[in-house]
Design a protein around this ligand. Structure first.
Ligand code: DX5
Ligand code: ZN
Length: 222
């Protein structure tokens, strides 16, 4: 996985057909997706349960590009190895996922996987300077995690810009997740994001619409 700051569209399979993940992953890749975003929810840290490492492992052969795993799990440490073994390229944990976020990030990297830290809309940036040398990606949540299809919280835009400023010239991706559409992609990109996650905005309209939906977000991001 090479680093760049070009726009990358990462459809969230949370909005895909759960009975047909393999086909859905292939369709979005053919439709122009750069990364595939895999949302794992534990029914504890967030209200819903989505799926676990066995599903991620089953999806892996159908993902041609980057498999980007977002773990909404707390405590997360006991589950990291399962997603490492499943073939994740990036594993992102939440800042609240345990008492030692830095140690969890080290464990991900020690396995040769890129490590990300996710910040909820209400989570501050005070710890971030001390985590920057341990991460490859900062995920700025633009909704409260737990469900797809929520409205983008515009107050996160200055937060994205603040993260971009803190990162400086370090090779760290900024990913924005939640309510991203063609309507706000320009502002999200302008604030400094390079990875745009989109669930509903990619999958709405069914397979025939995926390529157009992805192209619209990419064009808006510029
Ligand atoms: C929220 C998830 C997101 C979200 C994206 O808990 O992490 O990835 O489902 O879906 P949309 O784009 O529909 O908000
Ligand atoms: Zn996500």
């Amino acid at each position: 996985m090479t680093f760049d700051r070009n726009v990358k569209i990462a459809p969230s399979i949370l909005a895909a057909d759960f009975a047909d993940f393999g086909s859905e992953c292939r369709r979005i890749t053919e439709a122009g997706a750069d990364w595939v975003h895999v949302d794992v929810m534990d029914g504890h840290f967030v209200p819903a349960i989505s799926f676990g490492a066995q599903t991620a492992r089953a999806i892996r052969p159908h993902v041609k590009g980057v498999m980007d795993v977002h773990l909404m799990i707390a405590p997360v440490d006991a589950y990291l190895q399962g997603f490492i073994d499943a073939g994740a390229d990036v594993i992102t944990i939440h800042a609240e996922a345990g008492p030692h976020a830095h140690r969890s990030l080290q464990a991900i990297r020690a396995a040769g996987v890129k490590a990300g830290i996710a910040l909820n809309p209400g989570t501050g940036l005070d710890q971030l300077p001390w985590l920057l040398d341990a991460v490859d990606l900062v995920l700025v949540m633009s909704v409260n995690p737990g469900f797809g299809g929520q409205a983008f919280i515009p107050e996160v835009l200055p937060k994205i810009a603040a993260v971009r400023e803190m990162i400086g010239d370090r090779p760290i991706h900024i990913e924005v997740d939640g309510g991203v559409t063609a309507d706000n992609a320009r502002a999200v990109r302008g604030a400094g994001a390079d990875v745009l996650v989109a669930g509903s905005a990619v999958f709405r309209g069914g397979p025939a619409a995926y390529a157009g939906n992805i192209a619209a977000i990419r064009a808006a991001a510029g």
